[in-house]
Design a protein around this ligand. Structure first.
Ligand SMILES: *[C@@H]1O[C@H](CO)[C@@H](O)[C@H](O)[C@H]1NC(C)=O
Ligand SMILES: *[C@@H]1O[C@H](CO)[C@@H](O)[C@H](O)[C@H]1NC(C)=O
Ligand SMILES: *[C@@H]1O[C@H](CO)[C@@H](O)[C@H](O)[C@H]1NC(C)=O
Ligand SMILES: *[C@@H]1O[C@H](CO)[C@@H](O)[C@H](O)[C@H]1NC(C)=O
Ligand SMILES: *[C@@H]1O[C@H](CO)[C@@H](O)[C@H](O)[C@H]1NC(C)=O
Length: 461
């Protein structure tokens, strides 16, 4: 999510407003009941060889953690969800305060000021919920030098592993808890990368050092970009948003991105993909590609405005001198050559060893249903044939149509109706039902009847 000049201007004006209006006492922006259970900084080891590894110039990943509102059985069995934002370079505080966290920032009707209100669809109803500002240099996270910011997914994963194990060590009760890694958009890269890293690393660690990974979930993800970039034209055409001539122009631009990938020209390939999205924006004239029905973009600037207050930063354990940026250009630049690189092979590994959920809000034009199905059907996994033949079931929440779920074995795919790129923002309660049912393997995410068949009969299906 990129902030526009307009959003910055609005922010500036509202800050001025705050400065001149702050003489009157107002209730705290972050009331005690909305404070995270824990928040702060997890140290990251430097990659550059330096003799000075004092904390003053180390890198840190910033986190906020919200314990489950209701503990299911015992705390040590209560699942732990980790959320990663996309970008590359966008802060997970967007997920925290605009999407799935227990409190969301809104524009209050009575005052001009922003305020928090409880989220009826929070993902921490029955699970612990950890937000990580990833990679270093993003949001409130600290990169000791720009050179330390990862330029590939292996280093992203290494840093995340340090942050996650560092977090688990904070409390002996975290040790046994089942861990699920979730995220959105560019986290379609990060989520497979850290999942893969954990599963490769675990066998080489003593039992007490392992991360108890039980599954990964990706919302509107960019995972196999070279396949995904080829779907924009056909998707927009059949939605009636572009005509046949425009479809041809867009296909030509898509083809250029694919050719650059084939040549291994990663930087130019990223530029070519950006061109495709820019052309689509230009042709359709939409307010945002994140949801083709929106008249105005998502109000991500509310989070930026909220996190500019010293009082809020203090309560979160952030230095008041830290400046929050919704998305970091420095991080985006560092990962520029990574954008078009596929992590599909990592998902293929994960689906064999653990559980995978892919979900998409169906109004998104950037990383949508069509673009996900295009790479899923190319997966190298012995279960893919049966997954593709599995029934796409109608999914209802409280008797109202919520979307569709297709599942076979360890792979689940959910389409969320009435949602764009930020699924939990648009469908709070349905997104909560989805993640809870998937984690607990209930509802449409329950075990397939086929799976009860003894393993030696399965091959004949
Ligand atoms: C790091 O630098 C120190 C001091 O220059 C040197 O002794 C050490 O071998 C280096 N370590 C690595 C892993 O390069
Ligand atoms: C640590 O600080 C020194 C001096 O400011 C700097 O030269 C060095 O690059 C820093 N090391 C890292 C890993 O950031
Ligand atoms: C990823 O980046 C790190 C640090 O720049 C580098 O040491 C490593 O070789 C890179 N890994 C891959 C697979 O490119
Ligand atoms: C990438 O492509 C551009 C344009 O075709 C070319 O100028 C550049 O040299 C290429 N870079 C690499 C690393 O191949
Ligand atoms: C699309 O690009 C053309 C040519 O640069 C420009 O004239 C037009 O205003 C753009 N349309 C939109 C909706 O941005």
């Amino acid at each position: 999510m990129e902030s526009t000049t307009m959003a910055k201007l609005i922010l500036f004006i509202s800050l001025l407003h705050h400065i001149f209006a702050s003489s009157t006492q107002s209730p705290p922006l972050l009331p005690k009941e909305a404070h995270p259970t824990k928040s702060g900084y997890l140290p990251i080891n430097p990659t550059v060889n330096t003799t000075t590894t004092n904390n003053k110039n180390r890198s840190f990943i910033f986190y906020t953690f919200y314990e489950a509102q209701k503990v299911s059985s015992t705390l040590s069995e209560t699942p732990l969800l980790i959320w990663l934002q996309g970008g590359p370079g966008c802060s997970s505080m967007l997920g925290n305060f605009l999407e799935l966290g227990p409190w969301r920032v809104t524009n209050s009707q009575t005052q001009e000021n922003i305020k928090l209100e409880p989220n009826p669809g929070s993902w921490n109803r029955i699970f612990g919920l950890l937000f990580l500002d990833n990679p270093i240099g993003t949001g409130f996270s600290i990169a000791s030098t720009p050179q330390e910011i990862p330029r590939n997914q292996s280093l992203v994963a290494e840093h995340l592993f340090q942050a996650i194990t560092g977090f688990i060590k904070l409390d002996p009760l975290f040790k046994e808890r089942p861990v699920y890694i979730t995220g959105e958009s560019y986290a379609g890269k990060y989520v497979p990368a850290i999942g893969y890293y954990i599963l490769k690393r675990n066998p080489r660690l003593s039992v007490s050092e392992r991360v108890n990974l039980r599954g990964v979930a990706i919302g509107n993800g960019l995972t196999d970009p070279v396949t995904q970039v080829t779907t924009h034209a056909v998707n927009a055409y059949f939605l009636g948003l572009i005509n046949e001539k425009q479809k041809g122009e867009l296909e030509k631009a898509q083809w250029e991105a694919v050719e650059l990938v084939k040549m291994g020209n990663w930087s130019m390939a990223t530029d070519a993909r950006n061109m495709v999205l820019h052309m689509l924006e230009n042709m359709t004239g939409l307010a945002t590609l994140y949801d083709f029905t929106r008249k105005v973009p998502y109000e991500t600037n509310l989070v930026t405005e909220f996190l500019a207050y010293g009082e809020v930063k203090k309560a979160l354990g952030v230095s008041e001198s830290m400046v929050y940026e919704e998305c970091s250009d420095v991080v985006e630049d560092a990962l520029h050559e990574d954008v078009m690189k596929s992590v599909k092979y990592m998902v293929e590994f994960l689906v064999k060893k653990t559980r995978v959920l892919l979900y998409q809000g169906h109004l998104d034009l950037r990383d949508n249903v069509v673009s996900t199905e295009a790479w899923v059907k190319k997966m190298k996994w012995e279960g893919i044939g049966r997954f593709l033949l599995a029934e796409r079931k109608v999914w209802k929440v409280n008797d109202v149509l919520a979307g569709y779920v297709q599942k076979w074995g360890s792979l689940s795919h959910a389409v969320v109706l009435g949602a764009g790129h930020l699924v939990p923002t648009d469908q709070a309660v349905n997104s909560q039902v989805m993640i809870e049912d998937w984690v607990l393997e209930t509802g449409l995410f329950g075990k397939d009847q086929e799976e009860d068949v003894p393993p030696h009969f399965k091959g004949s299906l």
